[in-house]
Design a protein around this ligand. Structure first.
Ligand code: GUN
Ligand code: FE
Length: 424
């Protein structure tokens, strides 16, 4: 099915300020791209296959800019700690298990099956330090129809012996072998994934920069998530002006190739200015920031300053796989930020949160996350009748309510880059 049209109640956010909608209209997909939206199909599309979803919401596939696949197995558990002890107590012991390919197969199958059923179309995934298991994960993500990036994790210091790479050279060699086996993929592409500065030696960061120079790989890591972590980076990199400056020192702050920094809760003006200058993406992960008592990221300031901001679940910091849920988390934490921290930073609106979870993060993957002409055709069809009330809301209100209340069972179809992932 190369070219087709979906008919229904179409809604998306070309800009954060407001939803754009077209009730009872057609959206046409040609060769995986959006051709346009029409109330009546133009003559040139006569004979095109039409899937009639009249009365259903049709919105762009959602983008999860930061997710840890191996942590899915302990989601919704171990929410009693802050970041650094949480990593030691729950995360590292679990991630270490993925050296066993049988366990990885079992765990990653559950993860990718669930992801397939969600409204998410694009992902930026952290795997573990294990190259082979990371390839397996990429296979399963592709089998589930997902697109995006996945990375073998690098970590060679300040982590337990049972889950640590021998040294920088070994970590980089393993990265090369993994990269060689996946470099030609177009569905799920490789991405450099140093865990975060505390677990990556200077030598490792320097060598990963060399890998990036040779390959042009994009990169993802964590930044300024937790107060204890920020203090630790000051000790580990006393020469740095701020946490992001330490990454920048190694040329790993968006200089070449796109870069995502997860969290950025404690990113002050200087750090944000450098992110803006380097075009670094922020993966805002509000649910994780609540669960790990990390804090609230200054998202309004980031948006005002023109930074690239998207949303992430940060599974299993976040327990839910749903980016619709993360949108509402983002609205809710922005209200607490405004109430308790800064009355000049007004809370996010529903359309702003929706934008972050679609086009905001989507631009990391290309022309993704919107229904404007020329965008990659990622679409979700949702039956919102089961969450209907006595009120008869307009389309914006229906979308907002779906953000708060819809479930995976309400998703009727999902398309990624024009490919049908499922339909019912
Ligand atoms: N910082 C370094 N590793 C991790 C991780 O696995 N999860 C989160 N939330 N933060 C991190
Ligand atoms: Fe994370």
């Amino acid at each position: 099915m190369k070219n087709f049209a979906l008919k229904g109640d179409i809604i998306f956010t070309p800009t954060p300020e407001k939803f754009q909608s077209a009730q009872d209209s057609y959206i046409v997909c040609e060769d995986g791209m959006v051709s346009g939206i029409w109330k009546e199909l133009p003559e040139r599309f006569s004979g095109i296959r039409v899937l009639d979803y009249s009365g259903r919401l049709i919105f762009p596939g959602l983008c999860d800019l930061h997710i840890h696949a191996p942590q899915y197995s302990f989601r919704g558990m171990g929410m009693d700690m802050e970041l650094l002890s949480w990593l030691e107590t729950y995360t590292f012991p679990e991630e270490a298990k993925y050296g066993d390919l049988e366990y990885a197969q079992k765990a990653y199958e559950i993860f990718t099956n669930d992801l397939r059923k969600s409204a998410t179309s694009r992902v930026n995934v952290f795997a573990t330090i294990h190259g082979e298991a990371t390839v397996l994960l990429m296979d399963l993500l592709e089998k589930a129809g997902m697109r995006g990036f996945a990375g073998k994790v690098n970590m060679d210091r300040n982590c337990p012996d049972y889950y640590k790479e021998k040294d920088a050279d070994t970590s980089v060699q393993d990265t090369w072998s993994w990269y060689e086996s996946v470099k030609d993929r177009t569905g799920i592409r490789p991405i450099l994934s140093p865990r975060f500065l505390p677990t990556c030696s200077d030598r490792l960061m320097e060598q990963l920069k060399e890998v990036q120079k040779k390959t042009g790989l994009y990169m993802q890591t964590h930044l300024s998530e937790n107060p204890g972590e920020v203090e630790w980076v000051k000790e580990l990199a006393p020469w740095s002006e701020f946490y992001g400056d330490a990454y920048d020192h190694f040329g790993m702050f968006g200089n070449h190739g796109k870069t995502v920094m997860a969290h950025c809760v404690y990113s002050g003006k200087e750090e944000r200015d450098l992110m803006s200058k380097r075009g670094v993406y922020v993966a805002h992960c509000p649910q994780s920031n609540l669960n790990l008592s990390s804090g609230i990221a200054p998202v309004r300031a980031m948006m005002e300053e023109g930074l690239h901001v998207g949303l992430g679940t940060d599974m299993a910091g976040g327990a839910s796989l749903s980016i619709l849920r993360v949108m509402t988390d983002a609205v809710q934490v922005s209200k607490m930020y405004w109430r308790y921290l800064d009355q000049d930073k007004k809370p996010l609106s529903a359309s702003e949160a929706f934008y972050l979870g679609t086009k905001g993060g989507g631009s990391f993957f290309g022309n993704v996350g919107s229904f404007e002409q020329g965008c990659e055709f990622d679409a979700v069809v949702l039956n919102d009748t089961p969450i209907k009330t006595a009120l008869d809301p307009d389309m914006e209100q229906r979308m907002e309510r779906a953000m708060y209340l819809s479930q995976n069972e309400h998703i009727m179809a999902k398309y990624i880059h024009g490919q049908e992932v499922f339909r019912r």
